[in-house]
Design a protein around this ligand. Structure first.
Ligand code: MN
Length: 424
C-alpha cells in the first residue's frame, strides 16, 4: 500500500468526520491569497489550505531534490510534469509532515504562512488546459437519451459497446467552481413546422461528470495502452458539462455537440490523485460483447465514488436531485485514454478528459435534468413550491463527490456554478 493512504494516519490539523479532506487525500490545487497575489500550489487537510510554495521555500522538500519553482506557478502543469515518481514522493512527504507526531512544520515560526483557513483563499483553475475531450461512457445515460430521442428497442447505437464514444470539446470555456455562467444564447427550432429562432436557451441543463487530468504527455503517433494508462493520469475532479438542450437538439446532426456545449463547463478546484483513489477501486460491469484487444484491461478500474447534485435557488433553498456513482461507468478511464490515443493522437499534461454524464440504473441516480425530468415531463418539485424541468436563472448547481473505504471518507469538495441571465 502507498503509505499516505494508510487509514490509521491522523493529522495534527483537525479534520471533521464529514470532511472530504482527511490526511489520506492530499489533493493538489491552485489558490491565491488576496486580490493582488498570483496563484500558487497548495494542498488541503480538513478546512486548512497548505501553501506548498512556503513549505518548499522553507526547505521541507529538500531531501526530494526537485525544482521547487513549480510550487510558485499558477497552474499545476509544471508540478504534474515532474512525473508521477516525483508527485507521489511529494504527496508522501506532505503526509509525513502533517501527521500526528511530526512537529517539523507544526513548530515552524512560519506556521501562519503555511497553514491558511480555506475561507482566506480563492481557488483557481487547477491546470492550464490545452485540450478537452468529453466521453459518453455511462450506459444508463446513453440508454436514457436513446429512449427519449430514438427508440427504447434501439436505444444504444450499434457502435456504443465497441467504442468509448466521445467528442472534442472547448478548453477555453472551462471555469473553476464558483465562477458564474451566463445563460447561453443560440439557434433553436422549438417548432418542427416553423423556421429556427435565435435567443436565450430555454432548456439549460447540467451533466454530472468526473474528469481526469492527463499527467504525462505523449508524442504524436504514440498510443497509450490500457496497462500504461494510469501512469498518464494524474488525478480526477468533479465536472459539470453544462448543456443547452434546445440548441443541442437543432445543431447536433451530423457532426455532434458544438455551441450547445462550449459556452462553459465547470470543474472542482482540487485534483484528487489516482493514488489517493486506489482504495476506492471496484470492478465495472461486465463488457459484453467482448471488446477489441486494445481495449482489454486487467484488474478493477472503476471507482466507488458517490456523486450528488444539488440545485440551490437564488433564495438559498436547496434540493438534492441526484445521487449517482462513478462506478456506473461502462468504459473506464484507462479504456478511454487507450482509445483516444489508439490512432496516434498525442496528449499533453493538463489536458482534461471528462467521463460523460454518469447515470445510475435507478430513477434518482440520473445525471442530467433531461433524464431526471424525462424531457420535462416529470418536473422536480422544489422546497419553495416552484418546480424545475431545467435550470432557472439564479439557480446554483452544486456537485459533490466522496467515497468511503477502510473507515476513511475522502472526497473532492464541490463544483458550484450560479446561472446568470443571458447577456445583452
Ligand atoms: Mn457531457
Amino acid at each position: 500500500m502507498i503509505n499516505a493512504n494508510n487509514p490509521s494516519l491522523k493529522s495534527w490539523i483537525e479534520v471533521s468526520s464529514e470532511s472530504d479532506f482527511p490526511i489520506q487525500n492530499i489533493p493538489f490545487g491552485i489558490f491565491k491569497l488576496g486580490t493582488n497575489s498570483d496563484g500558487r500550489v497548495g494542498t488541503r487537510i480538513g478546512d486548512k489550505v497548505i501553501d506548498l510554495s512556503v513549505v518548499a521555500e522553507l526547505g521541507f522538500f529538500a531531501e526530494l531534490n526537485i525544482d521547487i519553482s513549480v510550487f510558485f506557478d499558477s497552474s499545476l502543469n509544471g508540478f504534474i510534469g515532474l512525473g508521477k515518481d516525483v508527485t507521489r514522493a511529494v504527496r508522501e512527504r506532505i503526509s509525513e509532515l502533517f501527521q500526528d507526531g511530526n512537529s517539523e512544520v507544526k513548530n515552524s515560526d512560519e506556521l501562519n504562512r503555511i497553514v491558511l483557513d480555506v475561507d482566506q483563499v480563492e481557488m483557481l483553475l487547477p491546470v492550464e488546459i490545452g485540450d478537452y475531450t468529453d466521453f459518453y461512457s455511462s450506459e444508463q445515460h446513453a440508454y436514457n437519451v436513446g429512449c427519449m430521442f430514438r427508440d427504447p428497442n434501439n436505444a444504444l447505437l450499434p457502435n456504443w459497446k465497441h467504442i468509448p464514444v466521445g467528442y472534442h470539446g472547448r478548453a477555453s470555456s472551462i471555469v473553476v467552481s464558483g465562477t458564474p455562467l451566463h445563460r447561453p444564447k443560440g439557434q433553436q427550432k422549438p417548432n418542427d413546422d416553423e423556421p429556427p429562432v435565435f435567443g436565450p436557451c430555454k432548456l439549460l441543463d447540467f451533466e454530472l461528470e468526473m474528469a481526469f487530468i492527463v499527467g504525462k504527455s505523449t508524442e504524436l503517433g504514440d498510443s497509450v495502452t490500457t496497462a500504461d494508462a494510469e501512469d498518464h493520469i494524474f488525478g480526477v475532479c468533479v465536472f459539470n458539462d453544462w448543456s443547452a438542450r434546445d440548441i443541442q437538439k437543432w445543431e447536433y446532426v451530423p457532426l455532434g455537440p458544438f455551441l450547445a456545449k462550449n459556452f462553459g463547463s465547470s470543474v472542482s478546484p482540487w485534483v484528487v490523485t489516482l493514488d489517493a483513489l486506489e482504495p476506492f477501486k471496484v470492478a465495472g460491469s461486465k463488457q459484453d460483447p467482448k471488446v477489441l484487444p486494445y481495449l482489454e484491461f486487467e484488474g478493477d478500474k472503476n471507482y466507488n465514488i458517490n456523486l450528488d447534485v444539488i440545485i440551490e435557488t437564488a433564495e438559498g433553498q436547496s434540493k438534492q436531485v441526484t445521487r449517482s456513482n462513478f462506478k456506473y461507468m461502462y468504459w473506464n478511464m484507462c479504456q478511454q485514454l487507450a482509445h483516444h490515443t489508439a490512432n496516434g493522437c498525442n496528449i499533453n499534461v493538463g489536458d482534461i478528459m471528462a467521463s460523460g454524464t454518469i447515470s445510475g440504473p435507478e430513477e434518482g441516480e440520473y445525471g442530467s435534468m433531461l433524464e431526471i425530468s424525462w424531457r420535462g415531463t416529470k418536473p422536480v418539485p422544489m422546497p419553495d413550491g416552484t418546480e424545475r424541468k431545467f435550470i432557472h436563472d439564479g439557480d446554483s448547481v452544486v456537485m459533490r463527490g466522496f467515497g468511503e473505504a477502510n473507515g476513511i471518507r475522502l472526497g473532492f469538495g464541490e463544483v458550484r456554478t450560479k446561472v446568470l441571465p443571458a447577456k445583452g
